[in-house]
Design a protein around this ligand. Structure first.
Ligand SMILES: [Zn+2]
Length: 179
């Protein structure tokens, strides 16, 4: 455990309330075998809010994928729901926009993007790293800071929760404290 320093230039030391960590695990359990996803917001690395976001990859038919790259949608639609659940998650844009608006109204910053791995370890997949790297350019354009990535694995009886920084394709652990 580290003591938060008075001045921070990044959120390498995240503080996440136990209630929010429990909620992430509950969300993961509700959505399994699909991945769940969501956002954590707060100030200066101290998380205070959780926003559950619908994972549209997990939704049957994937009709709501129309706002995305047609080639990607065509690919996703060819897959079975089980196969789609294995790939990754795509956040519902309505939920995302509502969360972003709520953060702004409450003076909060995006701190963390979370998702679950129902059958795999709590570390970013190749797809996760690729998407996070693509998003490095997108966050500033939508006026959001580059977040840490939290993963919860359900592969063992005790859920495993871990945080990472993903920069330019490189993954580094991010220390977080539960309180
Ligand atoms: Zn993943």
């Amino acid at each position: 455990m580290t003591t938060p320093s008075p001045v921070r230039f990044n959120v390498a030391d995240l503080v996440i309330p136990k209630t929010i960590l429990d909620d992430i695990v509950a969300h993961a359990n509700e959505l399994t075998p699909h991945e769940c996803c969501g956002l954590l917001a707060g100030t200066n690395g101290v998380v205070s809010h959780i926003y559950r976001i619908k994972n549209i990859v997990a939704m049957e038919g994937a009709q709501n994928l129309s706002s995305f790259d047609p080639a990607k949608v065509a690919h996703l639609e060819r897959l079975s729901p089980e196969e789609r659940a294995e790939i990754a998650f795509v956040m519902d844009m309505q939920d995302f926009s509502a969360a972003k608006k709520d953060m702004r109204n409450n003076g909060l910053d995006l701190q963390v993007v979370y998702h679950s791995h129902p059958h795999d370890p709590a570390r970013p997949s190749v797809t996760d790293i690729k998407i996070a790297t693509d998003y490095e350019e997108i966050w500033p354009k939508i006026n959001l800071p580059i977040p840490a990535y939290l993963l919860v694995s359900l592969m063992n009886p005790t859920p495993d929760v871990r945080c990472y920084w993903i920069k330019s394709g490189h993954v580094a652990p991010a220390a977080f404290a539960a309180r």
